[in-house]
Design a protein around this ligand. Structure first.
Ligand SMILES: Cc1ncc(COP(=O)(O)O)c(C=O)c1O
Length: 425
């Protein structure tokens, strides 16, 4: 295929006619397809069906705690031991929360704003608080900052994680930079995995703010599609440099069992865990221990999680392959789109030609395909190059995805050819 960027005006006009005709045809089909939601499909949820009628007998745990009653803010011993094995984090360094890790992240930021951390000034008393936001990234991280008045600084992603030269420079010279959002394995939306070097540099870097925190959201830590990608243990790396207090680690079973009805946790250094507990104990008498018990008895151990994730991968890997094969077949070599091939996680991110993402998403909507809104993967919904689009392949069926991707590729090409012709005016 000839690269669109190398086409003459006459060739572009011919291409525009071709893709406009195809687009009009797509519109006539009046489809209603959705590739916007990072949700598991019903068949993935069925893998955890047993949880719906799980018999917890008398609700007593193996260690003799009555999970039906109040008590144990930090979570059940069995649940902490389970996550300790899955994540390779000491059990005493974690608190098992409720159903949502995002909730724990929000609370962590709010605590720092109201109370401060490590004995430092509460962030809300400072003239300015900034966070580094590796982008494209997770829109809900950015929404937390936006709502709480934290200024966001975009840091570009590379194939091994955030641009670390930029991160190191910024945190060293600006003490108003208090945090960074990281999704270290199979990042949302690009599926990028942080290299050992990236993790080590984050752990070791010199920060002007003594209360700088890494918000380590390992949401896709076990969501492998093609073998297990290793991730350097951030606590080990930070501990080796005397920076253990720098890390807040978040995880949940949302996309292992049931989103919104799983079990979440926060892990941190002993000093941070003590600080979090002091505030959390005012906030709640304890989280849902019955769900903790059910989850552990169902998943059992790290091997149980591996098995569950292998079953999930068997269901969703074909969906990823389908998305990628459409991209390759219909856009490969055209020069109008680029994408990463994720080895896990929940998304495929496509970069269109600069200035084409909004139009592509709007065209797709016109043709009945809902996509995540353009700009959503950047702070303040502003994609500086207007080119990133997040595709969520897990929820639709293979047949729906097939149609949706055909239409998506038509829209990418039509938006690109219009843009190129505009540029020639
Ligand atoms: C990166 C990331 N973190 C957190 C979440 C939400 O997790 P939870 O359901 O535990 O709140 C999501 C959900 O899509 C996500 O993509």
């Amino acid at each position: 295929m000839k690269r669109y960027t190398e086409c003459s005006q006459a060739e572009l006009i011919a291409l525009q006619d071709e893709w406009q005709t195809k687009f009009d045809h797509c519109k006539k089909l009046a489809l209603k397809l959705d590739m916007s939601r990072g949700k598991p499909g019903p068949e993935q949820l069925d893998l955890s069906r047993e949880l719906l009628r799980y018999d917890l007998a008398d609700g007593m745990t193996e260690s003799g705690v009555d999970a039906r009653n109040y008590g144990g803010l930090e979570g059940l011993t069995e649940t902490r031991a389970f996550f300790s094995e899955v994540l390779d984090i000491p059990a005493q360094n974690m608190i098992i929360g409720g159903n949502s890790s995002l909730n724990l992240m929000y609370d962590a930021v709010v605590r720092c704003l109201i109370f401060g951390t490590g004995g430092h000034t509460p962030w809300s008393k400072l003239p300015k608080v900034r966070f580094l936001c590796p982008s494209p990234g997770y829109d809900r991280h950015f929404a937390i900052c936006e709502e709480l008045g934290i200024e966001m600084i975009v840091v570009p992603m590379t194939s091994t994680g955030p641009d670390m030269d930029m991160v190191e420079k910024l945190v060293a010279e600006d003490d108003s930079i208090k945090g960074i959002w990281c999704v270290p394995l199979y990042s949302n939306p690009q599926g990028i995995c942080y290299s050992d070097e990236t993790v080590e540099r984050l752990a070791a870097m010199r920060c002007a703010a003594p209360d700088f925190r890494i918000f380590w959201d390992n949401a896709y830590g076990v969501h492998h599609l093609a073998g297990e990608t290793p991730l350097r243990n951030i606590f080990e790396a930070a501990g080796a440099c005397g920076n253990s207090d720098r890390v807040y680690y978040f995880f949940s079973t949302s996309k292992i069992t049931f989103p919104g009805a799983g079990v979440a946790l926060v892990a941190a250094s002993p000093a941070n865990i003590a600080e979090i507990s002091r505030h959390m104990t005012i906030q709640t008498i304890g989280h849902d221990k019955l769900n903790q018990l059910r989850t552990v008895r169902f998943l059992k151990n790290a091997d149980g999680v591996r098995e569950q994730m292998r079953r999930q991968a068997a269901l969703i890997a074909p969906k990823f392959q389908l998305v990628l094969s459409h991209l390759e077949k219909e856009l490969g070599g055209s020069g109008v789109a680029e994408w990463e091939t994720p080895a896990g996680g929940y998304f495929v991110a496509v970069d269109t030609l600069d200035g084409c993402a909004r139009e592509t998403v709007a065209l797709a909507a016109e043709a009945g395909v809902k996509l995540t809104s353009a700009g959503a993967t950047f702070p303040y919904h502003k994609d500086p190059r207007d080119r990133n689009i997040r595709i969520a392949p897990t929820y639709p069926s293979l047949a729906e995805l097939d149609k949706a991707m055909q239409i998506f590729c038509v829209c990418v090409k039509l938006a690109a050819v219009r843009r190129l012709l505009d540029g020639q005016k």
